[in-house]
Design a protein around this ligand. Structure first.
Ligand SMILES: [Cu+2]
Length: 343
């Protein structure tokens, strides 16, 4: 199989329900595909396009080119094609045992790099000036990220590299990439286990300084899904502030995959989690499950942060995609009241 499976092509049948019927046998290894078609409908600096999983053999090496581009206004982004840089950068995905070779093209006149969390790399792919692993102005450089799968160790087995990780610049401004991260050089990185549930929709939420995805309310991203769709959030923290991520009306499993393996899975269920500099986590929820559609809020739960613009909307539409009663009024209210307009 080599076809791309995008969240938009399920024809109303959620992937979760497909899985329930077909079990894990239908799962195939992943690679990185082109930008999803939904990216075009989304403002480029408010949501990361998802690099979707397609069929590849186990142990695949994914070769991709990423471009660092100046977006104007002091903003800089990563993109998978020239002229397509976004903040956050593209959501990268691979499966345990895969390798990712990223050829980073620096189109700016500053030092940049790409430094991952959670995966394996040697010093040449460290992405830090400390190890002379960065792109000077106009330079192109390849970074290699490896992963491992589960390994047997006698009667025990050892987990692989799966997790909700992230990547960011480690060279612009200072040897820690402080200016690059502030400017928007960051993105999500998912390493999945084979057989993990795949979501219908994916969103990257980055608490960076006092902003979300380098935006303040009411200009923060509005994430949209239909009632019953499986939605994956990848949450990342950057900057000098401490944050807590809260999503209204939805709960998730505080574990590596972000969902429960079954009704007796002992993982903690939460709706709020610390999201400080360098942190990342992810989870999957069924949009509107047991609560129904509506305009739900997500925000930093540090009160002066939410008051100052660290909030946004998770719009759960009706299952047919229509607006639920009151949702537009809530969105209008948000635009009139959030982000300091009445403070
Ligand atoms: Cu905060």
């Amino acid at each position: 199989m080599t076809d791309t499976t995008s969240p938009q092509t399920d024809g109303g049948l959620s992937r979760r329900s497909m899985l329930a019927g077909a079990a894990a046998a239908m799962f195939v290894p992943a690679t990185v595909a082109a930008l999803s078609s939904s990216a075009a409908a989304t403002p480029p600096v408010t949501a990361a396009p998802a690099a979707r999983a397609v069929a590849t053999p186990p142990g695949t090496t994914h070769r991709l080119t990423m471009y660092v581009e100046d977006l104007g206004g002091g903003q800089t982004g990563y993109g998978l094609e020239p002229g397509k840089a976004t903040i956050p950068g593209p959501l990268l995905e691979m499966y345990e045992g895969d390798t990712m070779e990223i050829t980073l093209v620096n189109t700016t006149d500053r030092d940049v790099s790409i430094h991952p969390h959670g995966v394996l790399y040697d010093v040449n792919s460290d992405g830090s000036p400390f190890n002379k692993s960065f792109n000077g102005p106009g330079e192109t450089r390849t970074y290699t990220w490896r992963t491992t799968g589960e390994r047997a160790m006698g009667r025990w087995s050892r987990p692989g590299t799966a997790g909700y990780w992230h990547y960011h610049d480690h060279a612009m401004g200072t040897p820690h990439g402080t200016a690059g991260v502030a400017a928007g050089l960051y993105g999500g990185l998912i390493v999945r286990r084979r057989g993990d549930i795949l979501p219908d929709k994916q969103f990257t939420v980055v608490f960076n300084g006092m902003q979300i995805n380098n935006k303040s309310a009411p200009n923060t991203p509005m994430f949209e899904a239909n009632h019953g769709e499986t939605v994956e959030f990848v949450c990342i923290g950057h900057g000098d502030m401490f944050h807590t991520f809260h999503l209204h009306a939805h709960r998730w499993a505080n574990n590596r995959t972000g969902y429960l393996e079954g009704p007796r899975d002992p993982s903690q269920i939460i709706d709020n989690r610390d999201l400080n500099g360098g942190d990342s986590f992810g989870f999957q929820v069924v949009a509107g499950e047991d609560v129904g559609p509506g305009a739900w809020m997500y925000h930093c739960h540090v009160q002066f942060h939410s008051d100052a613009g660290m909030s946004g909307i998770f719009l759960v539409r009706n299952a047919d995609g229509s607006m639920p009663p009151g949702a537009q009024e809530s969105i209008d209210w948000f635009h009139n009241h959030e982000g300091g307009a009445h403070h």
